[in-house]
Design a protein around this ligand. Sequence first.
Ligand SMILES: N[C@@H](CCC(=O)N[C@@H](CS)C(=O)NCC(=O)O)C(=O)O
Length: 231
Amino acid sequence: MIDLYYWTTPNGHKISIFLEETGLEYRIIPIHIGRGDQFGDAFLKISPNNKIPAIVDHHPVDGGAPLSLFESGAILEYLAEKTGRFLSTDLRRRWDTLQWLYWQMGGFGPMLGQNHHFKQYAPEKIDYAIDRYVKESERLYGVLDDLLADREFMAGEYSIADMATYPWARGWEKQGQDIDSLPNVKRWLAAIGERPAVQRAYALADEISQEAVVNEDSKSVLFGQGRRRKA
Ligand SMILES: N[C@@H](CCC(=O)N[C@@H](CS)C(=O)NCC(=O)O)C(=O)O
């Protein structure tokens, strides 16, 4: 049994998609990040960075004590290794998959996160910041489109790299991107969006909450956190 500490955000969806794809037994423990659940002591023991997603695997393959993990890239890699799914054992394909997974973790996700912040949520519209992140997003989407020109999925076969990237890329419209100039991304988004496991993951999100994660009440919880000091 896997406990998935989750909220209805792109980083949360990465893991619910993987779990739905593989049929691993799991249960969701909602962490309502707009209300501050991520600062609870029990959650911080699992995820000291106060962010979802996190997991606890009650039956790790070494037969030892329950294993907890935070950071969606590490979780995807761990679950792929545990199940032998969506991360090839072939040396070249494996590292091709991982380099694109890390590209998502270190670039695509964080830059789109800043795009969301300055374009949609910041109390002041700062043209320089909006322009910087919309342009950087455009550059990254271009890299993805070029990658997908001669591959069906990011590493050839559907993999954890696609599962990490899709939940962010489906927000292209709000991110100020022109999907018609990205025909390969458009085709790839449609193909992943049709997968039953992906549809189940998003249906599950709707069951948990249909509330916008960032709203006027949650902004003061999510933004401007500064350093948290232990009580
Ligand atoms: N690099 C982390 C990022 C996780 C992350 O940013 N999670 C957000 C939701 S998408 C969160 O939990 N925010 C709560 C907070 O910042 O207090 C990962 O990929 O797991």
